[in-house]
Every structure is written in structure tokens, then in C-alpha cells.
Write a protein that binds this ligand. Sequence first.
Ligand SMILES: Cc1ncc(COP(=O)(O)O)c(C=O)c1O
Length: 507
Amino acid sequence: MTAAEPVTPGPAASAPFHLATLDVARLVAAEIEGSCLDPHRPLPSPTPRERLASNAAIFTSGGSAPRDIWIETALGARINGVLAETGASLDLLDLCSMTCNAVLGINDPWVKLKQTAFLLSAHPHYLPARIGSDLYYRVADRILRSMSDFGGPGDFVINLRQCNGSDAVELALHAAWKAADSPERRQLATFEGSYHGESIVASLICQDDSSEGSGRALIEQVDNVTSFPSPNCDDGGYLSPRTLATLAALECDGDRYFAVIIEPIQWRNSVHTIPLEFLRQLREICTRKSICLIFDEVQNAFGYTGTMFFAQNSGVCPDIIATGKALTSGHGALAIVIAKSRYQDIEPPFGGKTNSGDMLSFVAVDAVMDRLVGMDPAEAGALPAWLPADLTAELRTGLLATVYPHTAAMLDTLVRDLQQRFPTLIGAASGLGLIRGMKMLEANGEASGWLAAKAAQICLRHGVYVRRAGSALYLKPCLTTSAHDFETARDRLGRTFDELLQLRGVR
Ligand SMILES: Cc1ncc(COP(=O)(O)O)c(C=O)c1O
């Protein structure tokens, strides 16, 4: 599927269910009920409010302390908890895949089932990098096979030993730098509006509003990074003059660059999709000038645009893909790098993060791929008979072929309905597939980051979890979000925007 093709609605995802509702799981649950292993045993802890009130005494500031919500249970896109401020109970709809990781929603039964089966086995739950295991090779083979549109065995190599997206980005840069191996090729091209992570190097190469660089340790800035304007089209739909100038500059000075790193959809830049024509021309220049083209697919990969990788969606194959987040759908921390074999060389100390030896993360990737692209037919033939029929059917075909078009179409309809209902508040929609942005507008039509932030805040009170992305509201629902969930979202977002309009009016 190309980026521009319309979607044809298919069937909806089966209703999510908790593993504990299966008879086989009931047996175990009954055995641990009432013991210290019983997850439902009430804990003699302080109330959520008291817990949150102790934040300043316990946590560092800047992201590590919970603030708004206390969660009790969750399933799919639905989350139950309490509002920290008032203690009122909250039925929350997650329209942002729990910060973009949980592509299958929360508590996906198949991933949990596979992890449970693994835990019950005698297989090692952890293995460091020098020690092999079948699962490790199985995951590597499977992910590499999804690049078969672009080459055969041996054309791509993979590193499965990263923990976070920032790690994967840094490893990709290292591989490209190493392959260039020339003092003349030390320049990196990046794009305004990109985000590549929070490690020192990853944050140094992006220029968004939250990584300005003040307070960094060891190094404040580097002088071999050129940040080009975010590529875009003019009103006629052709590449803008500034964008053409970027291509011309890379064509002219290409011999100085070891790499270009680009996010196909710049989420922090109000969910801006890079024009396909730009990616195509960039690919050609990078090939001609021997520049390593890196796609940062930490946000885009693993199903959110309908394919495993954005490269498949766009037909543009980078030299290196760095990704993380959705790989395990939130069932373990893992990030990976896929590279053309020419970028195979990694030098110590890079390439093997200690905590990447968690085998449950590899079980999760394997199970997530079962869910997204379907199981190998031979394995699917051995699915247990007690598995709900809907889930069995989905595991045979994969959600991307069947459910994705439907979910993407429902999201599209939601965005369009809200635009029509609030024409002075919601501007252009952006993004692609399940990665969408809605620009928030001031009364004079100007895009407003303040209103986007306010909207995300008010949404929580009305029971929707979304994020701010630049001057847009960022929607990135999980693949299994149901029609009923979208109806609920329409109502709650509508109430949020009514309130936001009033707020905008009195400001
Ligand atoms: C495009 C992109 N690249 C890199 C990262 C960094 O990933 P992580 O937070 O896992 O280090 C992120 C995180 O949001 C991201 O969105």
C-alpha cells in the first residue's frame, strides 16, 4: 500500500478479553487466590492521593513522577482508575496507545498468553549477548523477512540489543559514521521539527521545543550537524522552494555527509508527514552521493501506518531503520536497528545494551508479529482449541490485512467529524493511518501550541488520553480500538472542544 492510497474498511478487531477469563487460566488463578501471589489481594498502602502527594520527596522532577491519574485496571483502549486531583473514578479512553507503545492496546491476551507459556517453560528468561538461543534467531529471521520487498537474505542485518529508541538512533548514527570512515564525511543532515530521543547524542541532533539543549552534560552543541527546514509542499502540492533547496544543497555538498536522519512522520512537528516525493528524491541523492539514509521509525513502525515498517508503506527503503516503542506492544523494553549489510560494522562499546537480554521482550515481539501479520500456517494449525474463535481467526490472517483499514477509516471519520463540528477551533488534519494530528486554532486562525496543551489537559478530565504534539492534538489509537470506543471518543472530545472554545473566548 502506498501512503496516498485510500483505505477500504474491513472487519473490526475481536473484543479484547483478560487472560484470566480463560478456563485454563482460571485453574492457576484459583490456586493462588488469597495468597500473597493473588494480584487482587488488597494492599495496605496509602490512598492514591497520598501516594501522589509524596512525589516531591521520592522522585526526580522532569517526567519520573506520576501526576494526573492512578490506574487500577485496563483492557484494550479502556482504562479504569481515579483522577489524582479529586479522587473521582475515571473511565479513560486511551487514544494515544499509552504513549505510542501499545499498538495492540493494553493487556493483549495473545502476547500475555505467549509470555505465560514461556514463563512456565524451562527456557532461560534472560541471556546476555554472547549466548545464543532459538528464540533470538527466530525473532531476527522474522523481522528481517518483513524487509523482503527490498532484498533477499544477507542484504539486511539486524541488531536486537537496544533498549530504547534513543539507543537505536545512536547505534544507527554510529554504524553510518563507521561505514563512512573518512575525515571528509563528518556532516550529519537532520530536519527542523524532528525528535530523536533524550540521550545526549539523540537530543543534540534534534531541535524541538523540549530539547533546547540548556543544562546538557558534557556537550552543549555540535558543529557538524546541519538542520534543514522540515520538508513540505506548497499550496499546489509540489515540493516547496525551501524543500527543493534542501535537496539541491545535499546534491551539491553530499560528499561531506555521512548520514541523513529523518522521521517519515514528524510527530512533534504537529504530526507532519514528510512528502513522499521528497523521500524518493532524497533516496536518489543519498544513493548517488553514498550518504547513509536513516529512517527514525521509533514512532512509525510496527503497524501504525498499515505495514511493519514505513519503508514498506512508502516504497522508499532507507539504509538503516532505527525503531523501538511498539515492538513489544508495551510488554517489555526493546529497540532494534535494521541495516543494509554495508552498515554491519559496530565497534565496541556499542551494540549490546545489558538489559536487552530480557527474553520476555523477544517473546513479546514474536507474539506482536503473530497479531500484526499472522502466524506461520503450520504453527497456526496447532493453536489450542480453547482459544476464542475470533482470536484464532485473527492470528491466521493478521490484523494489518483485515482490521487496520477499518480502524484507520474510523479514526479518519472521527477527525473529519470533529473538524466539521468545530471549524474555527480545529484546523488542518495531519499524519497518516493511525498517526494523526488535529491543529488547534486561535480565533484569528493561528495555530496554537497553548490550546493544544490545554486540550490534552481537559481531555483527561473528560476521559480521553491524548497528547499534545506541537500545535496539534496527537491521536495514535491502538489497532484494536472498537467502533464503540470511537463513538465514546467523539462524545468526549466534543465536550472537550466545547470547553476549549469557551476558554479561548475569555482569554
Ligand atoms: C521519533 C522518535 N525517535 C526516538 C525516540 C526516543 O525513543 P525512547 O524514548 O524510547 O528513547 C522517540 C521517543 O518518543 C521518538 O518519538
